[in-house]
Design a protein around this ligand. Structure first.
Ligand code: FAD
Length: 518
C-alpha cells in the first residue's frame, strides 16, 4: 500500500538521520519495519516565521517496494530517412521540438545561428572582458539558446499549457538532477546546463536528426501564402515543407524581416526596468530572520515582490539568489542586463530584475509609426541610452538604490558581480518616466514589505529590457501562422512562452502541430 502524507520538519529535526521515516511511522501509527520506503514528492521551505519549517509531501510505501521505472518513458526512433521538419533556433523551444519530432518518427533539421556550447564560451568571455558582442554567439544566441547560460530556474506559471512534469522528467533523462522533480522551486544552475544541452544534442544526432550550427536564416520564400524555402546567410537555399520558427525574443532581424515582408505581426505588451543587486547576506537576514550567516541547511534566500504603482505592476523578475548579473546584449551599441546563478547559488550577491508592466496600447504613442515593431523600437532606444550612459562599452550604468529613489547621482557604487563593470549614472533621469518614476515608488514600497531591502548597499543597474517578447507572431488554433501555411511560430520569440519550461512545452506542441499538418 502507498500513502501520501505531508510532514513538517524543523531545522533541528532536519539534521537527524531518517527523520522522514520516523515522522511517517508516527503519523501513520506504524512500526518502522512496516515501511519499505519514504519517497519525497515535494519539498518546500516555509520561512514566514522565525522557526523555519521544511514541508515535505511524501509517498510512504507500506510493505511494498518503490517501482523502479518512472511513469514517463522517452522512446526515440531512428529518423535518418524520415520526412523532414525544419526548426529555426536551438533554444529550449527548438530543442524540445526536435526531440518530439524524433519521438513521433520525423526528422528534425535544426538551423542555429550560434555556436555549440563549448565554442560559445569564448564569445561570452569576449563580451565580459573585451566588451565585444558577437551578433550570432552571445548570452542569448547559440546552442541551447538563452536557456544555456541562464539561471536554469524551472518554475513556470504555464501549468495549464502542458505537461510540466514531462519536461522535468526529460531534463532528468538528459542528465539533470532528480532534485528538480521534488523541489517546489526547481533550479539547475548555469554550470550544469551546458552538459544537459550537449546530451540533448547528442541524442538528436544519434537518432538521425540534423543540427547545423553557425547557420543563420536570413530570408523566407513564400508563394501563394505557402512557405516554400528558407535562405541561409551563407547563400544556400533550402526547400521546406514545415518550419518551426523558434528564434527567441532577441532575434530582431527575424521580426524586421517578417515586418518587411508584410507577414502579420502584432505589437505585444511586455515589461522593462532594471536589475537590483544586494549582498546575499542582507536578503538571507531579511528572509530567514537571522542576524549573522544563514543556517548551512538553508539555500541562499530568494524573494518575490510586487506592488501596484499608478495602475501598473512593478515586480521582481527572474530573481537569482547567490548569482551574477550578466551582459545579455545581442549586438554592439546596446547594454542589456540579466541574471544567472550556479547550481549551489554560492555567490555573495542576490540579484533580481525589477520591472514595470508596459501597456502596448498606451505607452508607446511616440513609436506608432513603427506599427507592430513599436515596442521593439522603444526597447532598442532604452538599450542604446544604457550603452551611452555606461560609456559606450558593455560597462553598465548604475546607481545606489536609495540614491536612485532620491534622484541623486551616486558618488561611488557598491561592489558588484557584473563582470564588465559599472559606471555611476543618473538612471533616475535616464529612464523614461513611465518606467523610472514607477520603479522609484516601487522600490520604496518594497522597503516597507521587506525591512532592510531599501538600502544604499544595493546597486540598481540598467537596463533589464528583455523580459519577454515585444512582438507576437500570430498563429491559428492549429499553431500555424495566421497567413503563412507551413510556418509555425514557436516559443518565446512568437510570444508563446516566458521561460525555459514554457518554451520547451511550446516546442513540443509545435512539433505535434507541424506533424499533424504533414
Ligand atoms: P531562445 O532560448 O531565445 O532560443 C532562440 C534560438 O534561436 C537562439 O539559440 C538563437 O541563436 C537562434 N536564432 C535566432 N535567430 C536565428 C536565425 N535567424 N537563424 C537561426 N537561428 C536563430 N528562463 C527561465 O525559465 N529560468 C531562468 O532561470 C532563466 N534565466 C535566464 C537568464 C539569462 C541570462 C537569460 C538570457 C535568460 C534566462 N531565462 C530564464 C529565459 C529563457 O532562457 C528563455 O525564456 C528561453 O530560452 C526561451 O526559449 P526559446 O527557445 O523560445 O528561445
Amino acid at each position: 500500500m502507498v500513502k501520501e502524507i505531508q510532514l513538517r520538519v524543523n531545522l533541528i529535526e532536519e539534521r537527524k538521520e531518517n527523520i522522514l521515516l520516523y515522522k511517517a511511522s508516527k503519523q501513520l501509527s506504524l512500526d518502522k519495519s512496516e515501511i519499505s520506503a519514504v519517497k519525497v514528492l515535494r519539498k518546500s521551505i516555509d520561512a514566514r516565521k522565525k522557526d523555519i519549517i521544511f514541508n515535505y509531501k511524501v509517498a510512504v510505501y507500506i510493505n511494498e517496494n518503490i517501482p523502479e521505472k518512472s511513469d514517463y518513458i522517452f522512446e526515440y526512433k531512428d529518423v535518418s530517412n524520415a520526412k523532414e521538419i525544419h526548426i529555426i533556433g536551438f533554444g529550449p523551444a527548438g530543442m524540445y521540438a526536435a526531440l518530439r519530432c524524433i519521438e513521433l518518427g520525423y526528422k528534425p533539421v535544426v538551423l542555429e545561428r550560434g555556436k555549440n556550447v563549448q565554442d560559445r564560451r569564448r564569445d561570452l568571455k569576449a563580451i565580459n572582458q573585451d566588451h565585444f558582442v558577437n551578433e550570432d554567439s552571445n548570452y542569448c544566441f547559440g546552442e541551447g539558446g538563452a536557456g544555456t547560460y541562464s539561471d536554469g530556474k524551472l518554475y513556470t506559471r504555464s501549468l495549464k499549457r502542458g505537461d510540466v512534469r514531462r519536461i522535468f522528467e526529460n531534463l532528468v533523462y538528459h542528465g539533470a538532477t532528480e532534485q528538480i522533480l521534488v523541489d517546489a522551486h526547481p533550479h539547475i544552475g548555469t554550470n550544469k546546463l551546458p552538459k544537459i544541452i550537449e546530451n540533448i544534442r547528442e541524442n538528436i544526432l544519434k537518432y538521425g536528426g540534423e543540427i547545423h550550427f553557425e547557420t543563420r536564416v536570413t530570408d523566407f520564400t513564400v508563394k501563394n501564402n505557402k512557405l516554400q524555402a528558407i535562405q541561409l546567410k551563407n547563400g544556400t537555399e533550402m526547400a521546406v515543407n514545415s518550419v518551426i520558427l523558434a528564434t527567441g525574443h532577441s532575434a530582431r532581424d527575424i521580426y524586421e524581416l517578417l515586418h518587411k515582408k508584410e507577414i502579420a505581426l502584432k505589437a505585444k505588451s511586455f515589461a522593462m526596468g532594471v536589475r537590483v543587486e544586494h549582498p546575499q547576506e542582507i536578503i538571507d537576514q531579511i528572509q530567514y530572520h537571522c542576524s549573522g550567516e544563514r543556517d548551512e541547511l538553508l539555500p541562499a534566500a530568494a524573494y518575490s515582490l510586487v506592488h501596484q504603482v499608478n495602475n501598473r505592476g512593478v515586480y521582481s523578475f527572474c530573481m537569482c539568489p547567490g548569482g551574477f548579473i550578466v551582459p545579455a546584449a545581442t549586438a554592439n551599441g546596446e547594454v542589456v542586463v540579466n541574471g544567472m546563478s550556479p547550481s549551489r547559488r554560492n555567490n555573495r550577491f542576490a540579484n533580481s530584475g525589477i520591472v514595470v508592466e508596459l501597456d502596448i496600447d498606451k505607452d508607446f504613442k511616440k513609436y506608432e509609426e513603427f506599427g507592430a515593431l513599436k515596442g521593439l523600437e522603444f526597447q532598442k532606444d532604452l538599450e542604446k541610452i544604457a550603452f551611452f550612459a555606461g560609456g559606450r562599452t558593455q560597462t553598465a550604468p548604475a546607481q545606489r538604490l536609495v540614491d536612485f529613489v532620491d534622484g541623486k547621482l551616486s558618488t561611488d557604487l557598491n561592489d558588484c558581480s557584473y563582470q564588465p563593470g559599472l559606471k555611476s549614472a543618473p538612471l533616475h533621469s535616464l529612464l523614461p518616466k513611465i518606467i523610472g518614476s514607477r520603479l522609484r515608488k516601487g522600490f520604496a514600497a518594497f522597503g516597507q514589505k521587506m525591512h532592510g531591502y531599501y538600502t544604499n548597499e544595493a546597486n540598481v543597474i540598467g537596463v533589464e529590457s528583455r523580459t519577454s517578447s515585444p512582438v507576437n507572431i500570430p498563429r491559428k488554433e492549429n499553431l500555424e501562422h495566421t497567413e503563412i501555411e507551413g510556418l509555425f511560430p514557436c516559443g518565446e520569440g512568437g510570444g508563446y512562452a516566458g521561460g525555459i519550461v514554457s518554451a520547451a512545452m511550446d516546442g513540443e506542441r509545435c512539433a505535434e502541430a507541424a506533424i499533424a499538418k504533414f
